[in-house]
Write a protein that binds this ligand. Structure first.
Ligand code: CP3
Length: 352
């Protein structure tokens, strides 16, 4: 533990060492709610150009840390860069979100390969650039989507509430679907390992659409097991790199996710009752770990007293465990920057 003496509050907290200040970062902390982001984004032409330009993506990664008293930078990239590197024709359409060439049949899965890991090289370059500019009290987080969430976009071809094409695909062709999950497991593990080698001090796995698997009683097979296979692969090579898991909207199965994966930190959405979750974990005698998340992005959007009250309640409810402050999902693009200033002030006041 001595070697953690000179590290950031973020790294100490995620390792279970108590810090007098709660570390803070926000999902989607770099993005369209920031005027300085919109400026760079305009110059880059498209979101993907921005992601694939190491200098610009490094600049955008650091923007929120210049403006706010945050404890960590998350690399500016996207979970869909993996299908992009598999030649699935990824495009981001204004006001519509991502579109890709949908996987239509089993053959396309068997033929799927990462055309070139070099495709993702600009992301690793961005990490090295950010690392060289980041103060030592700040941590650098890398990330990737989890296999099920990426597979859902690859089959659906776009974002969706219920991902009907993906559901019907796995209901009809489960063997091929598992083949896709297995391939993604390997691409994602390698991508995360490369991010660590380029300077990421922690990584987060986004299982943003866990709810789709959960509704079909496939949470264990499609989410928990593939997430854990990735975690095991990373831990085997880099045992001291903390891993954050975010099986969004997993409801009362968050506890199962914790029991069956070797994550260091659990990120939770805004629908979770923290006290119930902690009790549930205690009853199941689950090891202690760090927690993150839970503030509703809608409440942050509105700001004011309701936001202060929610923030204090989250801090209170997490006061007996290691806690990194975060939202239950990404910052909404209309969020005023003054609300983020007030949020951070509220957290710092609570720590006094
Ligand atoms: O958190 C951060 O600050 C790091 C950057 C980051 C982005 N995407 C940038 C982004 C991260 C961690 C992601 C993860 C991501 N991407 C997820 C998992 C988290 C989640 O939100 O559930 C998912 C599902 C995606 C896929 C994706 N990317 C969608 C559905 C969209 C469109 C929705 C939208 O907000 O426009 C994106 C685009 C995207 N990813 C933007 C940003 C800043 C907006 C692009 C723009 O500037 O036009």
């Amino acid at each position: 533990m001595d070697k953690l003496n000179n590290t950031s509050n973020f790294i100490k907290t995620i390792n279970g060492i108590h810090c007098s200040q709660t570390p803070i970062w926000l999902m989607r902390q770099a993005g369209r709610y920031l005027p300085e982001y919109r400026e760079i984004r305009k110059g880059a032409g498209s979101f993907l150009n921005l992601c694939m330009n190491p200098k610009l993506s490094a600049e955008v990664t650091l923007q929120p840390l210049k403006r706010f008293d945050l404890d960590a930078a998350i690399i500016f990239s996207d979970i869909l860069t993996i299908p992009m590197a598999c030649n699935r024709d990824l495009k981001f359409i204004e006001n519509e979100g991502p579109h890709l060439k949908p996987i239509k049949n089993e053959r396309e899965i068997f033929e799927l390969e990462l055309t070139s890991i070099n495709y993702l090289e600009p992301i690793y370059e961005c990490l090295s650039l950010v690392k060289s500019q980041l103060e030592s009290e700040k941590a650098l987080i890398g990330f990737a989507g989890a296999p099920f969430t990426i597979a859902a976009y690859m089959i659906e071809g776009k974002g969706s509430k219920n991902f009907p094409k993906c559901v019907s695909f796995f209901q009809n062709y489960e063997k091929s679907f598992m083949e896709l999950i297995k391939k993604l497991e390997s691409f994602i593990s390698n991508h995360l390992i490369k991010q660590i080698e380029a300077g990421a001090e922690a990584v987060q796995i986004f299982e943003s659409h866990a709810e789709i698997a959960l509704k079909e009683n496939k949470f264990k097979k499609y989410c928990i097991e593939p997430n854990n296979n990735i975690i095991r692969k990373i831990k085997r090579k880099y045992p001291s790199i903390p891993i954050i898991g975010f099986p969004r909207k997993a409801g009362n199965l968050y506890a199962d996710y914790v029991s069956n994966t070797n994550i260091d930190c659990l990120s939770i959405d805004q629908n979770v009752n923290i006290k119930e979750l902690l009790n549930n974990l205690k009853q199941k005698k689950v090891r202690s770990l760090c927690f993150q998340g839970n503030l509703s992005p809608e409440i942050l959007l509105k700001g004011g007293k309701p936001m202060i009250d929610s923030t204090n309640k989250i801090l209170e409810n997490f006061s007996s465990v290691s806690h990194i402050f975060n939202l239950g999902h990404g910052v909404i693009k209309e969020t005023p920057t003054k609300n983020i200033e007030l949020l951070i002030k509220t957290i710092r006041e609570w720590n006094k």
